[in-house]
Write a protein that binds this ligand. Structure first.
Ligand code: 0O2
Length: 231
């Protein structure tokens, strides 16, 4: 190959890289427009409000039965645009709104923290019985914790929302966990962003041990509560 050919091939490669980068930027811009301050975000916020209200009602029903608040606190959020991009990249997916909508379950998310492990399943049962809720998938990371030690019950569900002309089913991820699981997950979340550092690997192992301690603490607290319930 002569030097003239080498230069043109090199240039062609650079132009293609620039074109690819421009296309990626364009797709990301379109994705941002469809995710942020959009029809999607408006409907997503409606889905969050509806699910939070449903959880309030369930808490009231269970409060009448158990005489205590079963759900201690709850929050809802739309996944941030940067976080959506990171997740798409991690999964090797295109920066496309419809791909994100189909493949990312927690674009719209609600988290509820319960007092005891059995409360989590009572709340999930009551939700499952509702006519305007469809359970798409259940991931029980309490019965089968993740390798990291992460525990929570995830319900990927759809809620029906009546808009002006039609009823739409909106996908939302509900994470149910105890206060101990929540404490562990928030520390782990901080660590996860620092993964790759040498010290982080040691902390990883320590966190796995803490997850086991937390699981046994939850079980002990549940046993004590059940004893007290019988008195
Ligand atoms: P962020 O920043 O919290 O939003 P999949 O459904 O298998 O295609 P996905 O969506 O990763 O893939 O499912 P998974 O594993 O059920 O995780 C969904 C969410 O659960 C995560 O969202 C976290 O919020 C939480 N989670 C899962 N594993 C862990 C863990 O090991 N530690 C902590 N702290 N949280 C975890 P994001 O988007 O990954 O993160």
């Amino acid at each position: 190959m002569n030097s003239y050919m080498a230069v043109t091939n090199n240039q062609r490669f650079i132009y293609r890289r620039i074109e690819d980068e421009n296309l990626k930027l364009k797709k990301k811009e379109q994705l941002k427009n469809l995710l942020v301050d959009s029809e999607f975000s408006m409907k997503g916020n409606c889905a969050i409000s509806l699910l939070l209200t449903k959880l309030d009602i369930i808490n009231t029903i269970l409060l009448m039965k158990a005489g205590r608040n079963v759900i201690q606190h709850k929050t809802g959020r739309l996944k941030e645009y940067e976080s959506v991009c990171k997740k798409l990249e991690k999964k090797g997916l295109d920066f496309d709104f419809h791909v994100a909508l189909e493949k990312i379950n927690d674009l719209i998310g609600v988290r509820a923290v319960c007092a005891y492990v059995d409360d989590i399943y009572h709340v999930a049962d009551l939700l499952e019985k509702q006519k305007d809720i469809r359970i798409i998938k259940k991931k029980d990371y309490i019965r089968e914790p993740k390798k990291s030690g992460y525990q929570s019950l995830h319900l990927i569900l759809e809620v029906a929302i009546a808009f002006q002309n039609e009823t739409q089913w909106i996908k939302i991820e509900l994470q149910l966990r105890t206060a101990a699981m929540d404490y562990w997950a928030s520390l782990d979340h901080q660590l996860r962003y620092k993964r790759g550092r040498k010290e982080a690997q040691l902390i990883d192992e320590e966190l796995q041990q803490c997850a086991a301690v937390i699981s046994s603490l939850d079980q002990k607290m549940l046993k004590i509560r059940k004893k007290i319930d019988k008195i």
